[in-house]
Design a protein around this ligand. Sequence first.
Ligand code: NAP
Length: 533
Amino acid sequence: MRNTVSLDKTVAEKKMLKPAAAKKPAVKKNTGEITLAQLESTESVAGQVNTADVLIIGAGFAGLGTAIRLQQAGVKNIVILERSTDVGGTWRDNTYPGAACDIPSNLYSYSFAQNPDWSRSFSGSGEILDYIHHLVEQFRLRPLIRFQRNVTGLVFDENTGEWNATTACGEQYRARAAVMASGPLSNASFPNMPGIETFKGHKIHSAKWDHSYDFTGKRVAVIGTGASGIQIIPELAKQAEFVKVFQRTPGWVLPRPDFVTPEWNKNLFHKMPAAQTALRRALFWGHESMALGIIWHSPLTALVEQVARSHLHAQVKDPWLRRQLTPDFRIGCKRVLISNDYYPALQKPNCKLITWPIATLCENGIRTAEGIEHQFDCIVFATGFDVCKNGSPLPVTGVNGRQLGEEWKRGAQAYKSISVAGYPNLFFTFGPNSGPGHNSALVYMESQIDYSVQGIKTILQRNLKLLDVKADVQQRYNHAIQKRLAKTNWNSGCKSWYLSEDGFNSTMYPGFATQYANQMKHFNLDHYRAINA
Ligand code: NAP
């Protein structure tokens, strides 16, 4: 049966959707165990051990989706640990002006919870966060979530076959299986720039927007012209006295086919859900065909580059500015940007593109390499995230004391991006080599979730102490992945967050979304070492 969510909300409903503030944990020593049912009505207590069948770390899209699919598969004893005070992950954090998704909403949503009421083809971050809140209410996830629980360590107990999670407030959680859903883009990264501490004005990171700061009449710098930067700049240019954009590398920009959804369209989707499913399929295959140009170097690559060049020509008349905005790397190597208002914003009288490298930040602003000091009231860092490519998102100890951070230091590896040998009963969402460059992340996420659910059900139904992917299976899988990656545009020579400092690609999946989803359909127990409890 198809689930739909309606996003028309009253103020009262909105209030209801706000999470209750997590209670401060009592500092009381208690080593007794409590069950999930007790947990719901119990304040967290430092030192207390809370048990569940499944522990999910992170209440973003992936964590919540996993909880939904687990419940639908009959697994109910779930705890979700969330470090913040609200659900939503990247869509809770990225609230900068202009924040929106660059994948159409009908595809950037769960197939099992389609929303007939998207207000436009590419929805803004607020509407996506509303959708996530509705998932929480519709699938009654709130009782499962423990807010303000920052997991500081995860240790596998080989004797009991359980994962033990410790939180910053001293609680312990124990579960038969754990799902790491902490998200690849969850840690905002200020660049390591000389003089960053000396700047006396206001500093804002795109992923931690300061809504109390009024940009009206302010002298503003934006550092970074990636997916976040190009969305922020047009909005700031409407308000600030001037905006100077510090570009290190120009990106490829494609037009954004963004439209308001007409009422008849919403009504149609309400009355005929199959019509929305058909649109979703069409969007999926449209994006899928883009893989040929974006992931690999093919005749389609030149065609997509030509579309981007024509977009630049149509929007920027000044040949010098056009030259400054023309990328010198193959399309797809970095994330392809889509925007209709970025180039026009740069040409506003109060906006200026600066391409000189930044030498240092200083007390009053930014000094560029040719010696000019630009003075600002505020510097906006649209400089991306600290993506965990080497090391693990948090300390994880597997069998025989193995440390995931150490093992991943030279590049993260997993089997099908989900399982890591030596770390049994642990499942990753958006683990190594699972990133898409051409299609919706949620399509990948759904197949990861369904695969994890199969693994978790295998552990619980067969009463396994340990379900551990075989090391040789994982090795063969990664060997093939890296061989395929070598032929992709991502590995064609540019610098991006997809690659580690030494050029290792542990982030992207080198294939069609269909290939990824197909390989995730079946959980092959032969690829795992299974030991009964
Ligand atoms: P990003 O793609 O990593 O871009 C960071 C920008 O900051 C780049 O232009 C980079 O220049 C620049 N930069 C970083 N350090 C710098 C330094 N020290 N000096 C000068 N410039 C510096 O980060 P992002 O724009 O936040 O996007 C990150 C990812 O988030 C995207 O790839 C995408 O997956 C996701 N995202 C998605 C959406 C969406 O619509 N779905 C929106 C926003 C973000 P270089 O290019 O030279 O490195």
